[in-house]
Design a binder for this molecule. Structure first.
Ligand code: GLU
Length: 418
């Protein structure tokens, strides 16, 4: 993990679950089942490299809990991928699908590799090799992967094709986040950021904060970060004043054009050196005097060390797992409005669900339909969590866990598992 953190994300996810279990007075049998993934798969598969040699790659797929439906969640291609990170992310997918009330359980996968060091042809062979290795364990009724860190619609296309070869017929519903011509959904591209934005609009209403002209800092400039920066201006009239990626970025009180920042990143590979403001690091951005902070990069960036220095009124976690449990307590004490990750970034999987519905139904929706249904789903989820937080006087993350855990526990009970 970047930032040299020693925190184990899976243990963090268990700590978060334990806290909500206590508040819910959760049946200990349910709690025990929810503390561990239902199924863990580790695979080693051969990939022919461009120089003619064969290299063994290691991949994972974790199916955390399928009480509410087939497991669902992304695949990461990362050099520092670990089973514990995938387990944590699979747990968070379980809570994410439950909080936004879509009929899925949670899963996650990954391959230990550095996509930046692979040729396009090698990347394709890694993607296909992974699907051959896990093919029997996934499927539109079983477990449905999607993009995540360093995986793209093109990779989803190769994977869908490989799976379809295994089955002998076209199976678009096995994976989401596909390119539009292969059954991808309109609106999937910016869905994570758009969903985050809809939750920020609701949080601002709770705080009576006027977002027009409000200042925004965005840490991380991948799919979620870039689109969040863009939509904060377009849909809320807010002003993005700082953007960074792992190599740094810029603070420009007069405002930053998200397109100019993207063009700079595409040209130079980073936001560092972006003109028009003061150079800042990926850590400094978190402590700026802004109204809204959007961590949209990786895990464990808001910790006990810097949480006390955060000045933003709203922290919208577009990334998965950006805040540690100690930091959560500090933010809550300091009355920061936190929109927890698996609520804030659930727009991605929500539109993935719409994609899957369109694939299995064979009927495709308009962009307006996708946006309206996403807004409806995530706004409802936001208020379910807000209500829980108010009723039980707990922080928003604990409240989100309580909503989700209750829903998963109910499904487990109805199935007769406990
Ligand atoms: N990887 C995304 C997430 O963490 C999307 C998952 C999906 O679409 O299934 O939510």
């Amino acid at each position: 993990m970047a930032n040299g953190s020693t925190l184990n994300p899976f243990e963090i996810s268990q700590q978060q679950l334990d806290k909500s279990a206590e508040k819910l007075n959760l049946d200990p049998q349910v709690h025990a089942l929810l503390r561990e993934p239902m199924r863990v798969l580790e695979v080693h598969f051969p990939v022919r490299m461009d120089d003619g040699t064969t290299k063994a790659f290691t991949g994972f797929r974790v199916q955390y809990n399928d009480a509410r439906g087939p497991t669902k969640g992304g695949l990461r291609f990362a050099p520092d991928e670990t089973l514990d990170t995938v387990k944590a992310l699979a747990a968070w997918m379980t809570w994410k699908c439950a909080v936004v009330d879509i009929p899925y359980g949670g899963g996650k996968g990954g391959v230990i590799c550095n996509p930046k060091e692979l040729s396009v042809a090698e990347l394709e062979r890694v993607a296909r090799g992974y699907i051959r290795a896990v093919g029997r364990f996934i499927g539109p009724e079983k477990d449905i992967p999607a993009p995540d860190v360093y995986t793209t619609p093109q990779i989803m296309a190769w994977m869908m094709d490989e799976y379809s070869k295994l089955t002998g017929y076209n199976v678009p519903g096995v994976i989401t986040g596909k390119p539009i011509p292969l059954g991808g959904s309109l609106g999937r591209g910016d869905a994570t950021a758009r969903g985050a934005l809809y939750t920020i609009l609701e949080a601002a209403k709770v705080l009576k904060l006027n977002l027009k002209g409000a200042t925004v800092a965005v840490q991380g400039y991948g799919n979620a970060g870039y689109h969040a920066a863009k939509l904060m201006g377009e849909l809320a009239g807010s002003k993005v004043v700082a953007v960074t990626d792992s190599r740094g970025g810029v603070y420009a009180p007069a405002g930053i054009d998200p397109e100019v920042a993207l063009a700079h990143k595409e040209k130079t590979g980073s936001l560092s050196g972006l003109a028009g403001g003061k150079a800042i690091t990926n850590q400094e951005i978190l402590e700026l005097e802004v109204d809204v902070l959007i961590p949209a990069a990786i895990e464990n960036v808001i910790t006990a060390k810097n949480a006390g220095s955060i000045k933003a009124k709203i922290i919208a976690e577009a990334a998965n797992g950006p805040t540690t449990p100690e930091a959560d307590e500090i933010l809550y004490k300091n009355k920061k409005y936190l929109i927890p990750d698996f609520l804030c970034n659930s727009g991605g999987v929500t539109v993935s669900y719409f994609e899957w519905v369109q694939n299995v139904g064979g009927y495709y929706w308009s962009l307006e339909d996708v946006h309206a249904r996403l807004k409806d789903k995530i706004t409802r989820a936001f208020h379910d969590v807000q209500r829980m937080a108010e009723e039980h006087r707990v922080d928003n993350r604990t409240a989100a866990y309580m909503v989700s855990v209750q829903r998963v526990a109910e499904a487990m009970k109805l199935r007769g598992w406990v």
